[in-house]
Every structure is written in structure tokens, then in C-alpha cells.
Design a protein around this ligand. Structure first.
Ligand code: NDP
Length: 366
């Protein structure tokens, strides 16, 4: 993996014509200033994403350090404390969480719980006076997202969503190409993200904890990509749902195909699924195409811009993202993935579900 230092060194040197555009933007987002001391982060929910990605990323951050955890499993918390070198007095349970208010070592709370628990813990973190990051999807309804934004505003803390692709070099490059349009106007965006899901006991397959199925879990990456490529808000949604394994997914959506129309006329055609592996982003323009395949995973992302290959190596996008958020909480960067972006995406998800249910197009007013 490219280290953070290698990455910033490479960006400052530039890496060629098309490949330099997004990297410069990313470098600007990552290095606008510095902090005297790193912010203390508490991870809430020590599951697979926290363990496999966020904990390791916190070993690479410059402006954040893991200072505590919130977990239902005290023994696991103690293992984390030993592993990451913080005092066990900074281990909280979901019941004792509110005491975090009196913990000066914790500046930023990162909610990595099942989707339907995000709103409660973001609001409790805000009331404790802590800045908050919540994983995607921000919550399970528009109403919840609005409550979370209000709570953070009232308590004067920042709210960010864990949309890590905004700090993944290939995706950032695509955003920049989409802005600069070297291949002419964007006509059609195709985005797909799905995987063959197993393990029916997992909370992901239960609406009360997940809020929805593949759409909430990975379809949201396609919504994100369509919006950051189009650089507009969609105004009309059409959608179709298919259940190829109705017995496996009685409670949540399995496969949804949907279309997003943008005011300029650009159309995004997207799909998400728990039944098949599907994973790409292709953007069709007047004079050529660009895209990524795979597009949104933690590693191995590759792409193309016209006939040029895009292979920018790998960095810890989570580390870059958390450092950016730390700077933003101190007024040293403009937050790239604010709660308002999570709310926007939830409005689109609700419109997609409404279009599936009604079998009619749904208009979106912003
Ligand atoms: P896991 O199931 O692996 O972990 C969730 C953790 O939440 C559990 O380990 C547990 O931690 C805690 N928890 C508390 N109450 C419950 C409950 N009732 N049921 C299950 N878990 C509970 O999930 P993930 O880590 O995969 O996902 C967590 C969040 O992160 C989701 O919102 C998901 O969408 C998001 N995510 C984001 C990714 C990204 O790339 N941005 C990638 C993967 C996930 P403990 O034992 O410590 O109490």
C-alpha cells in the first residue's frame, strides 16, 4: 500500500496529465493546515468495519488517534485498549455512553453500528458535545437525518458521513474529470454495486436494524457516484425491484435497478443487488468514456479516462478522510462529506423505494 507520506509526495510531484487533476484536489483537501495535537476518536461498535478498516486507519492518521471505544463487549474493549494503547477508563458500553460527555480525551465519536442505530448514537454524541462521524447510510429515513442534523447544529458540533470514496484517489480523479469534462458533456452514467450475500442471521438482512437491503448497503455508492459525476441533483427517479431469491430476502430489497434524471439531461442508470457480484462505474461522454472497475472497494480500484489507464495505487482513504474531518472540526478545511450530503442521499433512496412501490416515476424537488 502507498503510505500517506508517499501519497502526498506523489501528489506534490504530479502524476501526468489526466492523473494530476484529482490528486491535486485531494492534496488540497488533506493539507490545508495542521493541528497542534491529534483529536481523540472513540469508535462506537467494534464490528468488521471498525476492526478491519477504521482501527488500522487510525494508526496512520496524523490528526486523529484512537482514544476510546464504545462496545457491548467489555472484554473486546479491553483488547482494543491494550492493542491501541489507551487507558481502559475510556471503554464505554451503550448504556454508559452518555458519560463520554465528561471525557476530555474524546473529541470525535465515530458511529459504526447497524444502520438503524446511527440516529440515536449521533444525537447522543451531539448532546455530549462531541463532533460526530456516522457510517453510511447516515440513517434509515429522511426524518432521522433531519433530526441528526438539527441535534448537531444545536450543540455546535460537526456531523460527517463516512463516505470514504471522497478520499480514494481514483474516485477523486473521476470527480475531477467529471468537472473538467475533457471528453465533452456527460450523457450517460452507469453505476452498479452488488454482491452475493450470505449469512441470513446478520443484521443487514433485517429491516428493523438495516432499514433496507442492498440499496441502503451498497446501492448508496451508486447514488453517490451518479451525483459526484453529474454534479447536479436528480429531479426524476424511476425504479424496478426484482427478487430472484424471495425466500432469502423476505424483509429487505434484494435487487433494484433505477434511473436518475438530472436537469442537464444526463441520465444515470444504476443497479444494486444481494444476489450477484456487480461492481463498476462507466461514464459515457460526447467524445469518449471514463470509469472505474472495480469502482468502490477498499483496494484494487482501476480505471480509464479515454484511452489512458488510471492506476493510482492505494492509500488509506479512511485515514485521509478522518484527518480531513479532524481539520474541518477545527475550521481548517471545508467538510467534504457533511450530514447534508447524507440527507440528500436518503431523500434519493426514499424516492427510489417510492418509485418501486408505485411503479411510477417520482419527481424530486430540492
Ligand atoms: P458488523 O455487524 O460487523 O458490526 C456492527 C457492530 O455493532 C457489532 O460488532 C457490535 O459491536 C455493534 N452492535 C450493537 N448492537 C448491535 C446489534 N443489535 N446487532 C449487531 N451489531 C450490534 O457491521 P459492519 O461493521 O459491517 O457495519 C457497521 C456500519 O458500518 C454499517 O452502518 C455499515 O453500513 C457501515 N459500513 C461501512 C463501510 C464503508 O466502506 N464505509 C463498510 C462496511 C460497513 P460490539 O460487539 O462492539 O458491541
Amino acid at each position: 500500500m502507498t503510505t500517506r507520506r508517499d501519497f502526498l509526495k506523489t501528489t506534490s510531484l504530479g502524476v501526468g496529465l489526466t492523473a494530476s487533476m484529482g490528486w491535486a484536489a485531494l492534496q488540497a483537501a488533506c493539507s490545508p493546515g495542521s493541528l497542534d495535537k491529534p483529536l481523540g476518536v472513540a469508535l462506537v461498535g467494534l464490528g468488521s468495519y471498525a476492526t478491519g478498516q477504521l482501527g488500522p486507519a487510525l494508526r496512520e492518521t496524523k490528526y486523529c488517534r484512537l482514544a476510546g471505544v464504545v462496545t457491548g463487549d467489555r472484554t473486546k474493549g479491553e483488547r482494543w485498549a491494550a492493542d491501541y494503547g489507551f487507558d481502559p477508563s475510556h471503554i464505554y458500553s451503550y448504556d454508559t455512553f452518555d458519560q463520554i460527555k465528561n471525557d476530555p480525551d474524546i473529541d470525535l465519536v465515530y458511529v459504526v453500528l447497524p444502520n438503524a442505530m446511527h440516529a440515536e448514537f449521533v444525537i447522543r454524541a451531539a448532546k455530549a458535545g462531541k463532533h460526530v462521524i456516522t457510517e453510511k447510510p447516515m440513517a434509515v429515513s429522511v426524518a432521522e437525518c433531519e433530526q441528526m442534523i438539527r441535534a448537531c447544529q444545536e450543540n455546535k458540533v460537526t456531523l460527517s458521513v463516512g463516505y470514504r470514496c471522497h478520499f480514494e484517489p481514483h474516485n477523486v480523479e473521476i470527480m475531477q474529470v467529471a468537472k473538467e469534462k475533457p471528453l465533452g458533456e456527460i450523457k450517460l452514467i452507469e453505476a452498479a454495486f452488488g454482491f452475493r450475500a450470505f449469512g441470513w442471521e446478520n443484521w443487514r438482512f433485517h429491516k428493523n436494524l438495516a432499514g433496507g437491503g442492498a440499496m441502503m448497503d451498497v446501492g448508496i455508492y451508486c447514488i453517490q457516484a451518479a451525483c459526484y459525476v453529474a454534479n447536479e441533483l436528480p429531479v426524476r427517479i424511476t425504479a424496478q425491484e426484482v427478487k430472484t431469491y424471495p425466500e432469502r430476502f423476505p424483509d429487505v430489497d434484494e435487487t433494484i435497478l433505477w434511473q436518475m434524471q438530472f436537469p442537464s439531461g444526463t441520465l444515470a442508470n444504476c443497479s444494486t443487488s444481494y444476489a450477484v457480484n456487480i461492481h463498476h462505474l462507466d461514464v459515457y461522454c460526447e467524445q469518449g468514456n471514463f470509469g472505474l472497475s472495480p469502482a468502490f472497494g477498499y483496494d484494487g480500484i482501476q480505471g480509464y479516462v479515454g484511452d489512458k489507464k488510471l492506476d493510482l495505487g492505494q492509500v488509506s482513504e479512511q485515514a485521509l478522510h478522518m484527518d480531513h474531518i479532524a481539520l474541518a472540526t477545527q475550521g481548517k478545511a471545508q467538510l467534504a462529506t457533511p450530514g447534508e450530503m447524507g440527507l440528500r442521499d436518503m431523500k434519493i433512496i426514499e424516492a427510489i423505494y417510492a418509485a418501486v412501490a408505485s411503479k411510477q416515476p417520482v419527481e424530486l424537488a430540492w
